[in-house]
Design a protein around this ligand. Structure first.
Ligand SMILES: NC(=O)C1=CN([C@@H]2O[C@H](COP(=O)(O)OP(=O)(O)OC[C@H]3O[C@@H](n4cnc5c(N)ncnc54)[C@H](O)[C@@H]3O)[C@@H](O)[C@H]2O)C=CC1
Ligand SMILES: O=C([O-])CC(=O)C(=O)O
Length: 347
């Protein structure tokens, strides 16, 4: 794997996929190695197949959604009976590091990542019982840590200061918003969850989370009341969990699932699968804001393309919501940048 190293620091729980992890000296580490041959034979988890087939139910998306999505991105009409296969034979060669592995998300995330046939070694790190923080060297960074709208600009500034920023390899993980949008729409419309795909754009907090319900695959119609109810529920779903847990933390298992999905998508892209799409919060020129979440195509070098077409033809409700989120997202981005600029520069 090409190794343009970026130096980053962990803020809370961060999953780093496809990494060369060389310098994790200070934090407590646990290393798990797999016998990949046996492992592939018995794998029965997130993608239960010996080869990762984009058209099979082993994908996070169902086969019909995959086909529909491919058509919408590539504009290539496919006959009903014509199946286009994109196989990736997992090499089971990727090392994945979970930072913050002792936490509420880190523990189930590690268990889920361990199930991926693309992962041959899992490195778990946490500062629990460790006296000093440390720097690590990785080839891609996947911050989960809130507030994502600010922590991604913070990570970008820090990486810039170190001279190793590659905007194509820094992702704010907003997959949980997509997972929630898919779940709530499937429940409301009695659809199979695996078939539903709702793009979610903007950021990852309150009104900056904007599900584009009009772009739902498969095509579904919603009443104005349904749009309002679903949008608000998706935007407040994190708060709903925080309140339900009554002081005992925020979403953990659903976030672990969402992060595992994003990690697996990243690994599939690194492994050469040319059909990997996820929503993520990245440096973007899709709007006037320097960071923005949208659907992206993942490739071997990180962000391969930003799918701007989904911002075309928005409903009036979505267009208004998009304009309304911009000032809040802008302010969060500026807070992140200002936070780094106030810190003394360290070597
Ligand atoms: N992006 C998203 O959609 C979501 C993000 N989150 C965020 O994810 C983060 C983690 O959440 P939880 O796992 O529930 O928190 P947690 O508090 O249970 O776990 C965090 C873990 O990180 C460890 N840690 C802290 N600093 C570290 C460092 N420098 N290096 C290594 N380990 C370090 C802590 O010791 C702890 O074990 C939070 O910031 C939370 O707000 C949570 C849910 C959704
Ligand atoms: O509020 C939090 O820390 C958890 C969070 O991001 C979510 O559940 O979406």
């Amino acid at each position: 794997m090409a190794a343009t190293s970026a130096t980053t620091f962990s803020i809370g729980s961060t999953a780093s996929a496809g990494c060369k992890v060389d310098h994790l000296k200070q934090s407590k580490a646990f290393r798990i190695k797999f016998n990949s041959k046996n492992y592939l034979r018995t794998f029965n988890g997130l993608k239960s197949a010996n080869s990762v087939n984009c058209e099979s139910v082993s994908s996070f998306l169902g086969s019909e959604s995959q086909t529909a999505l491919k058509r919408s991105y590539k504009g290539k009409p496919q006959k009903q009976n014509q199946r286009s296969y994109s196989y990736v034979q997992p090499q089971a060669s990727y090392k994945v590091a979970v930072l913050g592995a002792a936490g509420g998300i880190g523990q189930p995330l590690a268990l889920l990542v361990k199930m991926s046939p693309l992962v041959s070694a899992l490195n778990l790190y946490d500062i629990a019982n460790v006296k000093e923080l440390r720097l690590i060297s990785v080839t891609a960074t996947h911050p989960l840590s809130n507030p994502v709208n600010s922590t991604v600009p913070i990570a970008a500034e820090v990486l810039k200061q170190k001279g190793v920023y590659d905007p194509k390899k820094l992702f704010g993980v907003t997959t949980l918003d997509v997972v929630r949008a898919n779940t709530f729409v499937a429940q409301k419309k009695n659809l199979r969850l695996i078939d539903v795909d709702v793009p979610v754009i903007g950021g990852h907090a309150g009104i900056t989370i904007l599900p584009l319900l009009s772009k739902t695959k498969p095509s579904v119609t919603f009443t104005d009341d349904e749009v309002e109810e679903l949008t608000v529920r998706i935007q407040n779903a994190g708060t709903e969990v925080v309140e339900a847990k009554a002081g005992a933390g925020s979403a953990t298992l659903s976030m672990a699932y969402a992060a595992a999905r994003f990690v697996e998508s990243s690994l599939r892209a690194l492994d050469g699968d040319s059909d990997v799409y996820e929503c993520a919060y990245i440096q973007s020129d899709l709007t006037e804001l320097p960071f923005f979440a949208s659907r992206i195509k993942l490739g071997r070098n990180g962000v391969e393309a930003v799918i701007g077409s989904e911002l075309q033809g928005l409903t009036e409700y979505e267009q208004k919501a998009l304009e309304a989120l911009k000032p809040e997202l802008k302010s969060s981005i500026e807070k992140g940048v200002a936070f780094v600029q106030k810190q003394p520069v360290t070597a």
